[in-house]
Design a protein around this ligand. Sequence first.
Ligand code: FAD
Length: 536
Amino acid sequence: MRSPSPAGDADPTFSFRTRQGLLNQLSEREFDLLVVGGGITGAAIAHLAARRGLRVALVEKGDFASGTSSRSSRLIHGGLRYLQHGQVGIVYHSLREQLVLAQTAPHLVRRQSFLLPVYRGSPVPPWMISLLVAVYHGLRPRRSGLAYEHLTPGATLRREGLLRQDGLLGALLYHEFATHDARLVLETVLAARAEGAATLNYIGLVDFLVGGGRVVGGVLRDQLTRQVVDVRAKAVVNAAGPWSDALVRTLDPKRHRLRLTKGVHIILPHHRLPLSVGVNLFSPRDGRAFMARPAGNLVFVGPTETDYEDDPAAVTAEPVDRDYLLQTINAYFPAARISSADVVGMTAGLRPLYDRPGRAAGEVSRSYEIVWGPEGLLSVLGGKLTLHRLAAQEAVRFLEPRFGHGPMSPNGAAPLLPGGRWDQPAEWIAVQLRASGVTPETIEHLMVTYGGRSAALPEMLRDHPEWGEPLVPGLPHIWAEIPFAREWEMAVQPEDYLLRRSDLALMAAAAGRALPETIGPLWESLSGRVPVRQST
Ligand code: FAD
């Protein structure tokens, strides 16, 4: 059987090596659309625009998803708590989008159950919790087949024995979808590339080109080589997330539209808080809703929400954020006695919210806004991971008149992301992988991580059987994923793989293991060769 390209159909190369060729293309061609920012918003716009036949360039100043889109709670959700603030429209659309995304990327968007325990004296009264969940489910499309249940205190503790018993009145059990945010971005970028877009990481826009009172392109700098190139485009989209205002201010220093709020998660080893389902909690300190969610050998706890006014690049998780989350988690799981020594990692991300003065941070809408900026720059602000397709559809609709034709008809159903296509049956890939000697845990990990793109791995392992060895003993990741990230996912430096294309850095810390020192030498040794032979 033919091994499908793990990068997509149109151009099989999405390698760190492809960057120079793509960068040259940027200065040689005129594009229809230049998208600035390689988070979920920019990736989705580039994908949709390229799919509609536009010539698209996407540039990201760091690694893809290195901004907010790798620091989220990783939920593809309706947002139960948005109902508390009356944001019904967002919940309605998000609940529909979650089903679409679960179909287009089933390996990446997977169902996750949540308990919402109800306690006597809870900051949100029990009747309100029941009402919120009932309304939430009323907004769900019937075809979702996702029901919710009321659990008695006994049934709640049978589901999650670690919960505090004192004052427990019962729980609601309901279902959401979880994803890996940075991989969702990466696959969307891959999909854009497969549709012909020139997609580049580590390329920053440092200035706009303006002609005839309009933005007609940008000045780009390669962050690795410092090479500077001009790129010309009929339209430019600002999808720079928390940096959107900074971009707009290069054209008009007085503009300000964003309100940034910081959200922190702490990450614990699963063995310290061995949850079997996600748990939604209300902070006893201020009533804010947040969650504790198991994922592999990790548990994510968060997020916080506080206003943030400094440089977006300087955002960090502070001890005060960690202590707030620890206090709440210990109030619900007192027997676990979680301390700061258990925390193996923290993430801090910025919500790029569209400013509405006078509202508390949690009340500002999570919807996206699309606004024309100075000199015809289009900015796409705010939003949620869950709503990225809708934001992209609306942005492309705004841009259509620029390209001299009427509304482009949407071409068919939402396309599968590259890993969502299984050109070869999963069972066949599993048999091939098993024949290479990798463990069932690794096969499961590879299928969930790469979906149908994992079909390229057996051949890689035939050529390099040593790459079937685990990167870290006891974890399912194997050495083959390093060349895979280099050659097929444009990973430029080890942290691109360790922090975004996988969770290996966190998972190794949770397992009490060090990362192998030989990752660096392998990384360097791959620079001059093509490790994956494509079969025809
Ligand atoms: P970003 O991901 O920040 O992307 C912008 C990119 O632009 C960055 O990568 C940046 O490097 C790049 N850039 C900036 N300037 C330049 C330049 N000059 N040149 C080139 N590139 C540039 N949503 C959900 O649906 N579910 C959740 O569970 C969820 N949880 C969240 C939890 C937290 C703590 C936070 C903060 C947000 C959460 N969200 C969630 C919201 C969601 O994560 C964001 O709305 C989304 O990731 C924003 O994506 P973006 O592409 O607009 O911004």
